[in-house]
Write a protein that binds this ligand. Structure first.
Ligand code: FE2
Ligand code: FE2
Length: 170
């Protein structure tokens, strides 16, 4: 569980930084930049909470070993063209959705009531983030959305089947 908590802290840190990088990309779009700023603040709040748990357990964050799941997903995105943004948003939505699923599993199965309640609260928040990314992707993809969404869910399923099981959120 210590390793899961450390991985989780790294995930929240990257989620906050990712939201700010998307904010820069959509700086001209009314509403989107602000939504990303709010998201970054929420993820930074999660990070502070996980860091508090690490401190109480005398654990340190240490070096980020990287997240093979997220890295492989982003590698699949178009490198340019109109689908680039749609792909990045869909990949971001999938990562949030998967976080929600994993945090929900922790909330359901952990014996520690405090930690279970923490994960229950966070999983609801990650579900909201997934919905935000998917709605932004849909707005950009228009009539191509259903096809792109299907392709991404299929690719993610294939990817997950190739990844080893490890004490991590993804
Ligand atoms: Fe988060
Ligand atoms: Fe999130």
């Amino acid at each position: 569980m210590d390793r899961v908590l450390i991985d989780h802290a790294h995930c929240e840190k990257k989620a906050a930084a990712h939201a700010l990088s998307i904010m820069s990309r959509y700086a001209d779009e009314t509403g989107v930049a602000r939504a990303m700023a709010v998201l970054a603040r929420e993820e930074a709040g999660h990070l502070a909470e996980v860091l508090g748990i690490l401190e109480r357990r005398k654990l340190s964050l240490g070096r980020d070993p990287g997240d093979p799941y997220a890295q492989a997903l982003f590698k699949r995105a178009h490198s340019s063209g109109p689908l680039r943004q749609v792909d990045l948003l869909l990949a971001s939505g999938l990562i949030e959705l998967r976080s929600e699923e994993r945090l929900s599993l922790l909330a359901t199965h952990l014996d520690d009531p405090e930690l279970a309640a923490f994960y229950q609260r966070l999983c609801l928040s990650e579900a909201g983030h997934a919905a935000l990314f998917f709605s932004l992707a849909e707005r950009r993809a228009g009539s191509r959305y259903a096809e792109r969404e299907r392709a991404w869910f299929d690719a993610e399923a294939e990817l997950i089947a190739t990844l080893p099981v490890r004490p991590a959120i993804h």
